[in-house]
Design a protein around this ligand. Structure first.
Ligand code: ARG
Length: 613
């Protein structure tokens, strides 16, 4: 379970403080009768205070005057002036922001942070373990259900998104001060286990299992999979398979029977399940270790099996579920629309039943305010129906969110597959990432072999994660090793390189960072490049807030990229080690802070850094 980091209560980001000032000013409009709109409605408009895209419009801009004018039947510029007048009267505003000028264009209210306030904030950030990033005012308990692969088959490229996005969100929410509970809702009880049970009983190889259990289970899984849903020509092309297919024409149905037997508590199947599970878990654990992903809990579907009969009974008793052609379901959209099935006609429970039991269990044991499901967008309808059913069932006192994501595509724009048309195994994908990263970092002969391997691991794995996280999560994206390992552009390698470069300056100067932080007494921001860098650093907390608001890690990668660009302009334009005091100490402090913030940002994405690459 993650707990928030240390750090005194920060006064909030610049944007928080500005929004507070705007909120007062807007309420003032209502109180003074300038507009006939209730205070509560006005206070929601502070979302329209945002950072500007271009420094020539100031640092932040309030754009609400336009919409408000329409509602109030006034001229936007006049209303903007009314807001500006009230902002200018506020002592909190005057302490942090320059006196606001006239509205710009149709009624934009542009605001600039005062140089002394910015300088003081950066100095405080230099000495703060959280770089001035505030802790959320109302910390929540948030369950994050992510990764959740179906075990008993090897993890493939499709699992990367949930694992990487879920892990990043967990890290970011914890850093913001929420109590996070991560849970890997393993598919450890479904048909894929029935496949293994069925296959093992017919052509399992004890000796092979003893030497390499995962390889043997993988072989069985692939074989049964081909037998049950392989194309006929594929089957006939492979002599061994053709034999098996002829021998077991009814494999598909028999697999379901094995699954049902497991669920009914059949001793033999249960014993085999218990024997196979450790191997399956060891296999996926290996991947999580490589990805540096951990979970607080690993309560798979099997854990909830004992509760499923009760779920169905209770839903029926409460009149929410009823029978339809032997099956039992919740009719969410009227009698003529397909129901949300919780029990099949043959008595088997479904994915939906387990998910309902899981919500109930999580509420009882963890009392979360929110549950995030980081799952493929193709399960959108399932979660839609699940959340509706949970509400009706009386589990409404929690925010249920499907954090959906798109598909990983190959160069051809189709779901990413190997040349032979199989899904790409995650293990080999990671191997290839590290292998290719070696080529990027291996040019330095001075680096020892094991050091080089370590750097390549951090760069290769980081590249794969970053490529995923930097995408808008709801769209599909094309997986390309060439692109993700480029040293320029918005890539992990570029960001890792930026950290190494920033810290290289300090190393070259023989600067002790602790001493630097203690002795820095003033941050000088006379040059626009210094100022731009300082302001960008101070936006960290705002960006993390935006990431949480929409569960979009790509906002963090985009900001890191901007920050690295600000640093580059600063570094290219201004002397640092060769500057004279007091600029030298101030610029070194900015370097130190930039390095730490970049490193922290990458860490929140689950991406490591290296000293040299
Ligand atoms: N095991 C499922 C799959 O591979 C994902 C589970 C997501 N979590 C959940 N609570 N349904 O599709």
């Amino acid at each position: 379970m993650a707990t928030p980091g240390e750090g005194e209560a920060a006064p909030g980001t610049f944007r928080d403080r500005l929004r507070r000032c705007f909120s007062h000013a807007l309420c003032g409009l209502a109180d003074d009768g300038v507009v006939a709109i209730p205070r509560e409605d006005l206070s929601t408009l502070i979302d329209q205070v945002r950072e500007t895209a271009d420094a020539k419009f100031g640092d932040y801009s309030g754009t609400m005057a336009m919409g408000l004018a329409k509602k109030a039947g006034r001229k936007p510029r006049e209303l903007a002036v009314e807001i500006i007048t009230r902002l200018a009267r506020s002592p909190e505003f005057a302490a942090i922001f320059e006196p606001p000028g006239d509205p710009v264009g149709p009624g934009f209210i542009n605001v600039t942070v005062r140089a002394d306030a910015l300088s003081a904030a950066v100095l405080a950030a230099c000495r703060d373990a959280r770089f001035g990033v505030p802790i959320v005012a109302d910390p929540e308990t948030v369950v994050i259900d992510f990764s959740s692969p179906n075990v008993a088959k090897p993890m493939h490229v499709g699992h990367i998104r949930s694992t990487v996005i879920g892990d990043a969100l967990a890290r970011i929410l914890a850093f913001r001060g929420h109590r996070t509970i991560t849970d890997n809702h393993l598919g450890d009880w479904g048909t894929q286990f029935g496949m293994i049970l069925w296959g093992w009983k017919r052509f399992g190889d004890e000796a092979a299992f003893a030497t390499d259990p995962t390889a043997e289970l993988g072989r069985i899984y692939r074989t049964v999979r081909k037998l049950t849903d392989g194309k006929p020509d594929e089957l006939s092309a492979d002599l061994g398979l053709a034999d098996l297919a002829a021998k077991y024409p009814d494999a598909g149905r028999e697999v379901l029977l094995e699954t049902a037997r497991l669920h009914e508590g059949d001793a033999e199947n249960k014993a085999l399940w218990e024997r196979f599970m450790p191997a399956c878990l060891a296999d996926i654990e290996k991947i999580y270790r490589r990805l540096d992903v951990t979970f607080d809990h690993r309560l798979g579907e099997s854990f909830f099996h004992p509760f499923l009969a009760f779920v169905v009974e209770d839903l029926q008793q409460k009149g929410l579920a009823r029978e339809s052609r032997g099956a039992i379901g919740v009719f969410l959209d009227g009698d003529d629309k397909p129901p949300f099935l919780v029990r099949k006609a043959d008595g088997a429970f479904l994915y939906a039943t387990t998910d309902l039991a899981t919500i109930q269990w999580r509420l009882a044991h963890w009392k979360p305010d929110r549950i995030l499901y980081v799952v493929d967008h193709r399960q959108g309808q399932h979660f839609d129906q699940l959340f509706q059913t949970a509400r009706r069932w009386g589990l409404g006192d929690v925010d249920l969110v499907h954090v959906a994501f798109g598909t990983v595509l190959g160069d051809d724009g189709r779901p990413f597959k190997t040349r032979a048309g199989d899904t790409v195994g995650l293990e080999s994908l990671l191997d290839e990432g590290v292998e290719r990263a070696l080529a990027v970092v291996a040019t330095d002969d001075a680096m020892a072999t094991d050091e080089r391997q370590r750097v390549a691991t951090t760069v290769g794995i980081g590249a794969i994660k970053y490529a995923d996280l930097s995408q808008n999560r709801t769209t599909d994206y094309v997986f390309s090793f060439d692109k993700m390992l480029q040293l320029t552009g918005n890539t992990a390698a570029y960001m890792q390189y930026a950290v190494a470069r920033v810290e290289g300056v300090l190393e070259k100067g023989g600067i002790d960072r602790e001493t630097l932080r203690r002795s820095a007494t003033e941050i000088l921001l006379a040059d626009p490049k210094e100022r731009a860098l300082a302001l960008e650093i101070m936006r960290f907390g705002e960006v993390l807030e935006d990431v949480e608001a929409d569960y979009r890690p790509n906002l963090l990668t985009a900001w890191l990229f901007d920050l690295a660009a600000c640093y580059s302009s600063f570094y290219d334009a201004l002397p640092i080690l060769k500057a004279s005091e007091p600029e030298r100490a101030s610029r070194l402090a900015l370097c130190d802070l930039t390095g730490r913030v970049l490193r922290q940002g990458l860490e929140l994405l689950g991406i490591g850094t290296v000293r040299k690459m």
